[in-house]
Design a binder for this molecule. Structure first.
Ligand code: FES
Length: 142
């Protein structure tokens, strides 16, 4: 089992959550792109998703946590973003490319930065999860 024991969410997680939610709200208010789910707070159970070395800055990866695949993107040294790998079209497993997340079944494409739909037929963005980098590991809150 990949679970690890971690204390309460750090200020970085909470700040990142606040900024991300604010960005999503701003995007929604502008009416641009597809509406994304708000970034959940890091109040779920922390899970070890592996060493941060598996996710270089600017990179994305599909990592297994608890027997399920999750998609990760690391926009900078201190931030990691996490999403479900379940396509919102018909439930295929979404994969990663250098520039975006892509479903192999019917070609839906999703943004690395917020999970929004870039190209359909997916009707909704990918579900987001709180995540952080802590002690050299990627921590996913489920
Ligand atoms: S199941 Fe992903 S595009 Fe259809």
């Amino acid at each position: 089992m990949n679970e690890m024991t971690v204390g309460p969410p750090t200020r970085r997680v909470l700040l990142g959550t606040t900024l991300a939610v604010g960005s999503v709200a701003t995007l929604a208010a502008c009416g641009g792109g597809s509406k994304t789910d708000p970034l959940p707070s890091a109040t779920g159970t922390p899970n070890d998703a592996g060493p941060v070395s598996a996710l270089p800055v600017g990179g994305s990866a599909s990592l297994s946590v608890g027997g399920h695949d999750y998609l990760f993107y690391r926009p900078d040294e201190a931030t990691v973003l996490a999403y479900t790998s379940i396509c919102t079209h018909q439930g295929c497993t979404v994969g990663v490319t250098k520039a975006l997340f892509k479903c192999p079944c019917h070609g839906s494409e999703y943004s690395h930065s917020d999970g929004s739909v870039i190209q359909g037929p997916a009707p909704k963005p990918l579900t987001r999860y709180a995540a952080e980098i802590k002690d050299g590991k990627i921590v996913l809150y489920l």
